[in-house]
Design a protein around this ligand. Structure first.
Ligand SMILES: NC(=O)c1ccc[n+]([C@@H]2O[C@H](COP(=O)([O-])OP(=O)(O)OC[C@H]3O[C@@H](n4cnc5c(N)ncnc54)[C@H](OP(=O)(O)O)[C@@H]3O)[C@@H](O)[C@H]2O)c1
Length: 516
């Protein structure tokens, strides 16, 4: 895969572009085909070593990604091949970064992209909006009705803060350059001021006679004298920018107001805090209230130049969407099918047989999974562990037996093993279907079923199976196989399933026509 990576820390030119081996996911990870990443100030701090974090070389740069799930390990429930996802906490604390065609993301750090949301909008706001949420709510404890001052409101973090605070019912006051006042108002600011106005403090006091409840300065000037002076009783100042500033704190005035000054960095947020932020980001992305002001697409090979432009202050609120070249020109599907097991549907088969019995007689037998040992090649029977037998929603625990010669070369479960399935359709005389559940008892797109129709004095019984996307079990089987062996497995397994359907129907016909 192609990646933008470092062999050592340094200036933007230290970023190399070239091929690295695909990363290997661990048991609770998701492998993502990356559509795009972006560049944040913190990515430049990591690259230069200005901010130290554990990393190993070659080190893939960047925090944020948007893309499509290529594979999900068994310990990553909730993600399936083909899901659109985003993340904003790679590239630090020992994790490799996002600037590559493929990236491994711990499942607890990955979020679904809501349908209808432009993936490049999501990757552009992922880091600034995550920061905005943490600053406003996790650390600033903003509540509806409070007055919030957002300094640097036209920037990436600032604009997300305005949108989120307005959404939460706060009264938002902004400072920005004079040319951005209209933009700040368009985001919902109740009042917007020019940061260069020499009378800014008195204008803010006139606008907020009760004081400012929460003060967040994204420009990193950290003028604590003004902030404390304008603070409301029990006000909060949240520091998040201005790495090298050394402001004077009017301590007496602060404690006489019960005020607090707190700082934070998104890099230290825990996974629960990041996930909470992601839920709100997804809601606002879907509502259209959160979006980047402007975006510019650049290729992965231009990552060094992207860092240089950001460090030289040349972007002015423009987000660089760094495409990995993994996707086609429409940007909506991987250009390279990563593996045959990503095909959807992976298996879809059916077969039918004529049975001399009524649909009701046939239904009574096929819906009684406890009797499946009489006709199934692998299921030996089992028991209903929740709900009434054969009713929609009820769960059946099946006992299975597989001999050594079934697709003998592949690493399949053999001997006795158990599966759980839930009934998803039960219409007497017509249809009976059940879905195979994952090891974690979650739904999978793996459905077996029988359909029955009356025909000239008897019935036609159809048996079918459909696996939309590969189940956790299939992923486990193919995990260590080469692509050639994966293809061989899918072909052999299809043939095995065809034989199973035919055998099952023959045995069922026999059982039904000869039962007393
Ligand atoms: N703590 C964390 O976890 C965390 C996370 C993300 C980012 N950050 C930090 O947050 C800061 C903002 O990042 P960003 O991506 O939003 O940067 P940005 O897009 O450049 O935004 C900064 C904004 O501040 C404005 N500004 C400059 N001087 C100002 C002043 N005196 N008063 C009010 N506004 C002023 C700029 O306007 P002009 O265009 O007119 O200069 C710009 O709109 C950076 O320092 C970044 O390192 C911290």
């Amino acid at each position: 895969m192609y990646a933008a990576y470092l062999d050592e820390l340094g200036a933007p030119e230290a970023i190399r572009y070239g091929e690295l081996p695909d990363p290997v996911p661990g048991p609770t990870d998701v492998l993502v085909d990356v559509l795009a990443t972006t560049v944040n100030p913190v990515d430049t701090f990591v690259r230069s070593g200005k901010w130290r974090t554990p990393l190993s070389f070659p080190f893939v740069v960047s925090r944020d990604l948007v893309g499509v799930v290529a594979s999900a390990s068994p310990g990553a429930p909730g993600f399936a091949v083909g899901d659109w996802v985003w993340a904003n906490s790679l590239g630090h604390a020992g994790r490799q970064g996002a600037a590559a065609q493929r990236a491994v993301v711990p499942a607890e750090r990955l979020y679904h992209l809501p349908p209808g949301v432009d993936p490049t909008d999501a990757v552009a706001v992922a880091h600034p909006a995550g920061t905005a949420y943490l600053g406003l709510f996790t650390h600033g404890r903003v509540r509806a009705g409070e007055t919030v001052l957002v300094a640097g409101a036209a920037g990436n973090v600032g604009s997300a803060m305005v949108a989120m605070a307005v959404d939460a019912g706060a009264r938002v006051i902004t400072t920005s350059s004079v040319r951005d006042i209209g933009y700040c108002r368009s985001l919902g600011a109740a009042a917007a001021f020019d940061y260069a106005d020499p009378l800014l403090s008195s204008a803010l006091r006139a606008e907020c006679p009760q004081g400012i409840d929460v003060w967040l300065d994204n420009a990193g000037r950290n003028d604590l004298s003004s902030a404390v002076d304008l603070m409301a009783f029990r006000g909060r100042i949240v520091l998040l920018a201005g790495l090298d500033t050394r402001p004077v704190l009017p301590a007496g005035a602060l404690y006489l107001k019960d005020g607090t000054v707190t700082g934070f960095t998104i890099s230290r947020a825990n996974v629960a805090e990041l996930a909470e932020a992601a839920r709100v980001i997804n809601r606002l992305l879907k509502a259209g209230t959160l979006r980047p002001r402007t975006k510019e697409a650049v290729p992965l090979s231009a990552m060094a130049e992207a860092h240089r432009r950001l460090e030289q202050g040349l972007l002015h609120g423009k987000r660089l969407v760094v495409g990995t070249g993994r996707f086609d020109d429409e940007g909506n599907r991987p250009a390279m099918t990563s593996s045959i097991v990503d095909t959807s549907p992976l298996f879809e088969l059916s077969a039918d047989i004529r049975v001399d019995a009524t649909p009701e007689q046939i239904y009574a037998v096929v819906s009684d999974l406890g009797r499946s040992g009489e006709w199934s090649p692998e299921c030996q029977g089992g028991e209903w562990i929740t709900g009434e037998p054969s009713q929609v929603g009820s769960v059946f625990r099946g006992e299975n037996l597989r001999s050594e010669d079934v697709v003998g070369w592949a690493p399949l479960v053999r001997g006795t093993w158990h599966t759980e399935s839930r009934v998803i359709a039960a219409e007497p005389g017509r249809t009976f279907r059940w879905m195979m559940l994952s090891y974690a008892s979650e739904d999978q797109e793996s459905v077996w079923g029988f359909d029955i129709r009356a025909e000239a004095g008897g019935s036609v019984l159809t048996h079918h199976f459909r696996m939309g996307t590969a189940t956790a079990g299939i992923h486990k089987i193919v995990a260590d196989l080469s692509e050639a062996d994966r293809r061989r497995f899918v072909a052999d397994w299809t043939a095995k399933l065809e034989q199973d359907l035919a055998d099952t129907l023959k045995r069922l016909k026999d059982v039904i026509e000869h039962q007393g």
